[in-house]
Design a protein around this ligand. Structure first.
Ligand SMILES: NC(=O)N[C@@H](CC(=O)O)C(=O)O
Ligand SMILES: [Zn+2]
Ligand SMILES: [Zn+2]
Length: 349
């Protein structure tokens, strides 16, 4: 097969940042995806409907004329997010979820939730109005090993949460373990998961053997090979509750190549191409469209995109870095040759 044509995909987990970085990263996503769920972990975090709408406008303002990329906004859940705010968010056509960051779990999560018990009424309002809860699913207690934080979250937080709120719709973001894949597959229809390219491509050896490679460092951290295999099985299974979410998370090169480097992999510049390669290597190219362009829209109860994209089999090499204004950014798979190329793609490193 020399080309694949699929419905235009959507990215159900994306960081676009703000200010000077925004204009450098948005075009990569807008070229590939019709819509993206935009994460609210800015500084300060996006905690109100008006802040989300203002951020949405800043994103739209950076788009080249004629681009019809749609940012789907989210709110950042805090201990103090009120049920009224959740109700107001649910009523906005531009807000599609509320994001739970356990305080201290990841990049810009300091304002996150310290105890989910404080959010019960807000979660009930979200359930009532059908507004999904999006999870960074890791516990943060200092005594829990970083490699166990996701599986511990399932037992301690997620399972009880689903029981307490029997109609709450939940997206378990960027799952990284066999346990998470199994939990979602055996869970109710109102539970879904996104899977990143890095967790489908790499295990922790890629990050730690033969030298420490900070550009593989993201949270939740890369796990074992058997976890990667389970995620690959889930992504390519055709199960509609697994869908594409890149978690593309830009950090300047200097902030990653540091004694205390930031967590996050930037993949927006080659995201659908990487997933195509992953699905082809798994012998499941026929299931790429479901994962990338259908399952997420159905879960979020949004129309499927009608427009198509075409990927052609043509080698191209990902730049070692992209311009970020005053700094540069090193993408996932930097310098590697990819075999699927998006029709009409222009390289603008
Ligand atoms: N995934 C990451 O490692 N980093 C994300 C935050 C997140 O999604 O947890 C970021 O904002 O940089
Ligand atoms: Zn996260
Ligand atoms: Zn993320």
């Amino acid at each position: 097969m020399d080309q694949i044509t699929i419905r235009r995909p959507d990215d159900w987990h994306l960081h676009l940042r703000d200010g000077a970085v925004l204009e450098h990263v948005v075009p990569h996503t807008a070229r590939r995806f019709a819509r993206a769920i935009v994460m609210p972990n800015l500084v300060p975090p996006v905690t109100t409907v008006s802040a989300a709408l203002a951020y949405r406008q800043r994103i739209l303002d950076t788009l080249p004329p004629g681009t019809d990329f749609k940012p789907l906004m989210t709110l950042y859940l805090t201990d103090n997010t009120s049920p009224e705010t959740a109700t107001e968010a649910a009523a906005s056509e531009h807000i599609h979820g509320v994001k739970l960051y356990p305080a201290g779990a990841t990049t810009n999560s300091d304002a996150g939730v310290t105890d989910l018990a404080r959010c019960e009424d807000t979660l009930a309002a979200m359930a009532e109005h059908g507004l999904p809860l999006l999870l960074h699913g890791e516990v943060t207690h200092g005594d829990v090993d970083i490699f166990d934080r996701e599986s511990r979250f399932i037992d301690q937080t997620l399972e009880p949460l689903l029981q307490r709120h029997p109609s709450l719709r939940v997206v378990f973001e960027h799952i990284t373990t066999a346990q998470a894949a199994e939990f979602v597959a055996s869970g109710p229809d109102r539970l879904a998961a996104t899977i990143t390219p890095q967790h489908l491509l790499y295990n922790r050896n890629h990050m730690l053997v033969g030298g420490i490679r900070p550009h593989y460092y993201c949270l939740p951290i890369l796990k074992r090979e058997r976890d990667r295999e389970a995620l690959l099985d889930a992504a390519t299974s055709g199960n509609p509750r697994f869908f594409l979410g890149t978690d593309s998370a830009p950090h300047a090169r200097g902030a990653k190549e540091s004694a205390c480097g930031c967590a996050g992999c930037f993949s927006a510049c080659a995201a659908i191409e990487l997933y195509a390669e992953i699905f082809e290597d798994a012998g499941r190219l026929d299931r790429l469209e479901g994962f990338a362009s259908i399952h997420g829209a159905d879960f979020y109860q949004l129309p499927r995109n009608e427009e198509l994209i075409t990927l052609r089999r043509q080698d191209w090499t990902l730049p070692g870095e992209y311009n970020l204004g005053n700094d540069t950014i090193v993408p996932l798979a930097a310098g590697q040759t990819l075999r699927w190329r998006l029709d009409g793609q222009q390289d603008t490193p």
